[in-house]
Each structure stands twice: as C-alpha cells, then as structure tokens.
Design a protein around this ligand. Structure first.
Ligand code: DP6
Length: 328
C-alpha cells in the first residue's frame, strides 16, 4: 500500500420511485418509515472517481468540474467518514463526480451520487462489501441511493435497524420494456430538498394513513412488475404519488412542489390512459413529471408531451442496471 493513492471509479444511475420513500424513523441513519420500490434510469449516468491520498489535508469534492464547499462538501466528507471508519483508514480523499444529464433537469441526483460514491470509495479503501452491505452504506449518504446500488426494479426493505435496511433487485432491467419520459417543466433549484422534507413528514396528520397503506401498495406494485401488468402498475404508482404529495401539502410548513405545468401534464396523462394508452405518471420532490409508458408507446407519448404548454424538455430512460466499477 505504501504511500500510493488508493483509487477507484464507479458508475450509477438515478432511479424513479414507483412507491415512495417519504419520512424516516431515524434521520441520522436514514431508516425509513416504510419500504419503497423503484426503477433505475438507464442512460443517465453519474461517474465518480475517489482517490484517498496521503498528501491531502482535507477532503475535496469536484462536481461537474466545479470545486464544492459548504453543505455539498460536508455531506460527502461525512459519508467518507463512514468509509474511513469501516476500513480503518486515515487519509483524506479527492472525489470527482460527473453527471451526463443536466443538473437543472430536476432529476434527483443524490441517489446516483451516493450509489457511485459508496462503490468507488469502498473499493478505493480496500473494502470488499457484499451487495447488501454496499446498499446499506449508500443509504447512509442518501436513502434512495440504496435502491440505485442493485438497480433494475429494486425494493428497499425498511428493516428493523441499520443492519437489515437495504435494497434488493426484484427484477432485472430487461424484465419489462418500460420507459420513463422525464418531463421537465422547471429547471430551478427546489426550495426545500428531500432531507429537509423527510423531517417534516411526521407533521402531517396524513402521514400515519399514508404509511399504513404502503405494504398493500408495495404488494400491488410487486405483482404488477412481476406479471408485467401495466394497468395495475399505473393505478398504484399514481395513487402512491398522490399520497406523498398529500402529506407534503399538509405538513407544517406545507410543501408545494407542483407548478401549473405539472398539473397540465398529469391531467393529460390521465386522459390518454382513459383513451386506452399505456401511460401513467409520478412526481418526486419537485415539479417535473415522470411519465411511465410501455416502450411501444414511447414515441407517441413523447410527441404529445412535447406539444403541451410549459414543457421545456423531455428526457427518455429505459430500465437501468446497478452501480458498477469502471476503468479509472
Ligand atoms: C421524493 O433519498 O433524496 O424522491 O435520504 O435525504 O437524500 P435523502 O432523501 P432522498 O429522498 C427521496 C424522496 C423521493 C421519493 C423516493 O425516491 O423514494
């Protein structure tokens, strides 16, 4: 090992939650109130290189070519502390991360960011983690990142504690030809990020009801995926998204993520489905809409979406794989 820098590079995709994670029972450890289920997004890539270097006096974090400081750097440095503790390593690291998708597109990048960082940093530190251990580690950086580790269609098992709260793949990406059409209606930074949002969830009187219904919705979603039953998927995905936004809107203070353009997209997706098209929609903690469609409907749906008022851009993603090491 001597004094040579220890380094590794990993690639991971973001994911879209079909059944949402909203609210923690332990904010520090990111132990969620409920399970959740998602699809990884192929073609949207975060590539992260980590080098532990004895010559560094502090951690450095460079995102899309720009040196980060403040909260962004602190979040990465705190995460690296977990890795250093596990590996009994006493070196600072340089982390360079690049996304091939626009930062302003409103796609939550923390899932891909911490999945790639968990893999690259643990490898660079000489740790050999199992799939479950890697997913657990990523969870400590960002909850949804634990689902980007296995990729494909992944379910986060809430667990009884830190040891058994991680995600597993329930079906590989090639299992079902779905697409996610990411409809960008706003490129701005959101006012309240997910981490702050999770802390408000319990202030909503609806959160208890939402949480009580999650096991049944997870079951419906699992069946829909395993049986490739689009209508079942559509109903449960839209219902679960509505529950999360109902909790957000009734929190103290309330969180309103949608804009009028969000509503226009949702309204039209419902109309297209009632006409027989295999499309449905879900919205994360922001105004942009993820329109899920059968692949054969993707071109038609994309053209319709682009013609709607307020739509700035439409990105297209197929189901993607898990986090993986690449040449560095
Ligand atoms: C609305 O995983 O981004 O996208 O753990 O604080 O990083 P942190 O939160 P994050 O929350 C995701 C919230 C969501 C729903 C989901 O992806 O399940």
């Amino acid at each position: 090992m001597a004094n040579s820098p220890l380094h590794a590079t990993a690639l991971a995709h973001p994911n879209i939650a079909f059944i949402k994670y909203w609210g923690n029972r332990d904010d520090q450890l990111r132990l969620p109130m409920t399970g959740s289920l998602s699809m990884a997004l192929d073609g949207l890539d975060t590539v992260t290189r980590v080098g532990f270097d004895p010559d560094l006096a502090a951690d450095r974090f460079i995102l899309n070519g720009m040196e980060q400081s403040g909260a962004a750097l602190n979040r990465v440095a705190s995460f690296l502390d977990y890795v250093r503790r596990l590996a009994v390593l006493n070196r600072f690291a340089q982390v360079e991360s690049n996304n091939n998708y626009p930062s302003g597109a409103g796609i939550a990048s923390s899932a891909a960011a911490f999945a790639a960082l968990a893999l690259a940093a643990s490898k660079a530190a000489g740790l050999e983690l199992s799939d479950a251990e890697l997913s657990r580690l990523a969870r400590l950086g960002s909850g949804s990142a634990c689902r980007s580790v296995p990729g494909g269609f992944a379910e986060w098992l809430p667990g009884s504690g830190d040891a058994d709260s991680y995600a597993v793949q329930i079906a590989p990406p090639e299992h079902w030809d779905l697409v996610d059409l990411i409809v960008v209606v706003d490129r701005g930074e959101k006012a309240v990020g997910s981490s702050a949002g999770h802390k408000l969830a319990s202030t909503s009187p609806l959160q208890t009801l939402r949480v009580a219904g999650v096991p049944e919705r997870l079951e419906q979603c699992r069946i829909a995926i395993l049986e490739r039953d689009f209508e079942r998927l559509a109903q449960v995905v839209e219902l679960d998204s509505e529950w999360m936004h109902a909790v957000m809107r009734t929190s103290t203070p309330p969180l309103y993520y949608w804009t009028p353009a969000t509503e226009v997209v949702l309204w039209n997706v419902r109309a297209w489905r009632s006409q027989g098209n295999a499309v449905c929609a879900t919205v994360d903690a922001g105004p942009n809409v993820h329109v899920i469609a059968l692949a054969q409907e993707a071109d038609w749906t994309e053209a319709q979406l682009r013609a709607l008022p307020g739509v700035l851009e439409v990105l297209k993603a197929k189901p993607g794989g898990g986090a993986k090491l690449i040449e560095d």
